[in-house]
Design a protein around this ligand. Structure first.
Ligand code: UDP
Length: 236
């Protein structure tokens, strides 16, 4: 099978790694994701990954934690490196070659982020995981995903979620919500749909980087997305 996309950036939330836990990392989720990702590297797709940290730490809750926002954000970025290391271990166990690059230097566990090196790894068939978000507080891992996708010239950003696309309303709260197959960037804005935060979304729009929102927890879905099948919602 010839994939539709040859280089993709997969954005996974930290929370997706929790599985049915309410904190941390569920080993079966790591194993499942590694299997799904391996399936697309096996058909020659170059894969870069940005993973969130919300299963471990989120920086925004200054009122709750008493930790000022910027400090909390750095803690959140470190959490993404922990998730990146976990995913790296799972992928390597599944037989996939990987490199972890961090936007915050920590050379004992990750390469520093170097754009040209990341591209070279991808060309050699290694999965590149980008840790520590953008390296800056007041940003999100969605923004890191958009930024890295543009930098490495990915064909598309694949946002793996628990729902199978973008709906007219939150399908977990509103039973009448219906799913869109595709949308334009301006549709998303005029309908006030939540796809990514505005910074992340605007980066994609300004650089004509398509976004596909899909259900990462459905086995085979990731492979179907890169094959060009009608899975999830395409924003372009
Ligand atoms: N974060 C940050 N800068 C970045 C990326 C992330 O400050 O470029 C921090 C921020 O505090 C965020 C946390 O890291 O809350 C974890 O990332 P995020 O909430 O985006 O993870 P997800 O919701 O995808 O699990």
């Amino acid at each position: 099978m010839l994939p539709k996309y040859s280089r993709v950036l997969l954005k996974l939330s930290g929370e997706s790694l929790m599985g049915d836990r309410n904190f941390g990392i569920a080993p079966q989720m790591l194993e499942q994701y590694a299997k799904e990702i391996k399936a697309i590297t096996d058909i020659g797709v170059q894969v870069a990954i940005v993973i969130g940290g919300g299963n471990i730490y989120r920086g925004m809750n200054e009122a709750e934690t008493g930790i000022e926002r910027a400090q909390g954000d750095y803690m959140g970025m470190l959490a993404t490196v922990i998730n990146g290391m976990a995913l790296q271990a799972a992928l390597e166990k599944a037989g996939v070659n990987t490199r972890l690059q961090s936007a915050i230097k920590m050379e004992q566990v990750a390469e520093p982020y170097i754009r040209r090196k990341a591209i070279r790894h991808l060309e050699k068939g290694r999965v590149v995981i980008f840790g520590a978000g953008t390296g800056n507080p007041y940003f999100t891992t969605d923004t890191a995903g958009s930024l890295r996708a543009i930098e490495i010239d990915a064909d598309v950003i694949l946002k793996g979620t628990r729902v199978d696309g973008i709906y007219t309303a939150d399908p977990e709260k509103d039973a009448t919500a219906t799913r869109f197959d595709s949308l334009s960037f301006s549709d998303v804005i005029s309908r006030n749909l939540k796809v990514m935060d505005m910074t992340a979304f605007t980066l994609c729009q300004e650089n004509q980087l398509p976004i596909i929102v899909f259900d990462m927890n459905r086995p085979g879905n990731l492979r179907d997305v890169v094959a060009g099948k009608k899975v999830g919602t395409l924003v372009s």
